[in-house]
Design a protein around this ligand. Structure first.
Ligand code: AKG
Length: 311
C-alpha cells in the first residue's frame, strides 16, 4: 500500500490523514480474538452489559499482539514511502533501534447520565521525561468499528501541526520539550499555541471501521476523547509511533524537571548518559534532533519533501 499524491497533499495540509483498510480483516480478526482472550475479569468486549466505563485494561494489561502492528506490510510500506528508510518505531533515545511493542488503548462508554463533551485541549507526542527527539509521526489504528464522533476516537485539531511549527520556528530553543515549562503552555496548555491561529480547525474525533487508521504528523495536537454514554462500541486502538532513527540514536534521553521546576538530577537507575535540558549555547544543541527547519518536511522522504515547502 502506498499513499497517492492526493493523500500526501491532504496529510501535509491537514496534519492528519484517514487511511481505509490499513490492516487486513484476517489480521483484525486475530487481534480481536487475542484481546478477547485476555479479558479474564468478566469483561466481554462483545457484550456491553459486562463493561466498566472509561479507560479499560484487563488485570495483566494488554498483551503484545501477533502479528506486531509494526510488522504489518501496509504500514511498513507507507512508512518507507514517508521516510525513505529514515523512520523507525520510536525507541529509547541514545540507544540503537530495537523492536517495539505498540500501545493498545481501550475506551469503554462512559457511565449512564454522563454527557459527551468534546476535548478542549490536547498534547504533542514524543514529549515526556526521557524525550529523545526526532519524533515524526504516528498512526492510530482501529481494532473495532467506531461509527460516531462521540465514540471515543482519537481527537485532533486539523492543521495544528502548522501552528505548532510556527511556534517552534519562533522559539527553537524550546523544541527540546522545555516549551512545556514555559508560558503560554505552562498555564494555558497546548491550546494556547493554537488559540491565535485562525487556520487551525475545530477538534475532530476519529471514526472508522476496524482496520482503518489515521496518520498524524508528530506536531499535530491530539488527545483521547470520551466514548459517549449509551454507545455500544468499545473504542479499541493501537498506536504506532515513528521517530527519525538517526536523531533518536544520536544523543541520550532528555530528562524533564520536576513539576515544581527543579531541574533533573541523575538518580540511581537512570540512564547514566541522560541529560536535563541543555543550555542554549551547548554544542549538543547543534544536533539535527534539535533542528526546527523552516521546511517542515526537510527530514522526510522525497515523496513528501519534494516541493521544498517552507512557510
Ligand atoms: O487514546 C487516544 O485516542 C489518544 C491517545 C493519545 O493521545 C496518545 O497516545 O498520545
Amino acid at each position: 500500500m502506498q499513499l497517492s499524491q492526493a493523500q500526501l497533499a491532504e496529510f501535509k495540509a491537514e496534519g492528519a490523514l484517514p487511511i481505509r483498510g490499513l490492516v487486513p480483516p484476517d489480521v483484525i480478526a486475530r487481534w480481536q480474538d487475542q484481546l478477547r482472550a485476555v479479558c479474564t475479569d468478566g469483561v466481554d468486549l462483545d457484550d456491553p452489559d459486562t463493561w466498566s466505563s472509561g479507560r479499560y485494561a484487563p488485570p495483566g494489561g494488554w498483551p503484545q499482539l501477533d502479528p506486531n502492528l509494526y510488522d504489518v506490510p501496509n504500514l511498513q510500506s507507507i512508512v518507507a514511502q514517508l521516510g525513505a528508510g529514515a523512520f523507525a518505531p520510536s525507541h529509547p533515545a541514545g540507544q540503537p533501534w530495537s523492536p517495539q511493542v505498540p500501545m493498545t488503548r481501550v475506551i469503554l462508554p462512559s457511565a449512564p447520565g454522563t454527557e459527551w463533551r468534546a476535548p478542549t485541549d490536547g498534547h504533542l507526542d514524543g514529549y515526556a521525561t526521557g524525550w529523545g527527539g526526532g519524533f515524526m509521526a504516528f498512526f492510530a489504528v482501529l481494532l473495532w468499528d467506531v461509527d460516531s464522533p462521540m465514540g471515543g476516537g482519537t481527537a485532533f485539531w486539523p492543521r495544528s501541526h502548522l501552528a505548532n511549527h510556527r511556534y517552534f520556528l519562533a522559539h527553537p530553543e524550546l523544541f527540546d520539550g522545555s516549551y512545556l515549562f514555559a508560558e503560554p503552555v505552562k498555564s494555558g496548555g497546548h491550546r494556547a499555541l493554537l488559540a491565535e491561529d485562525p487556520s487551525v480547525g475545530e477538534v475532530v474525533c476519529m471514526t472508522g471501521r476496524a482496520g482503518d487508521a489515521m496518520l498524524f504528523h508528530g506536531l499535530t495536537t491530539h488527545i483521547g476523547s470520551m466514548n459517549a454514554a449509551g454507545s455500544r462500541q468499545p473504542r479499541v486502538t493501537q498506536f504506532a509511533r515513528y521517530s527519525h532513527r538517526e536523531m533518536r540514536e544520536q544523543a541520550p534521553m532528555v530528562m524533564f524537571p520536576a513539576k515544581d521546576g527543579t531541574p533533573w538530577t541523575p538518580r540511581e537507575g537512570d540512564d547514566p548518559a541522560a541529560t536535563g535540558f541543555l543550555p542554549v549555547d551547548h554544542p549538543g544543541r547543534g544536533l539535527s534532533r534539535y533542528d526546527v527547519p523552516r521546511n517542515l518536511w526537510k527530514y522526510w522522504g522525497p515523496a513528501v519533501n519534494k516541493d521544498g515547502d517552507a512557510l
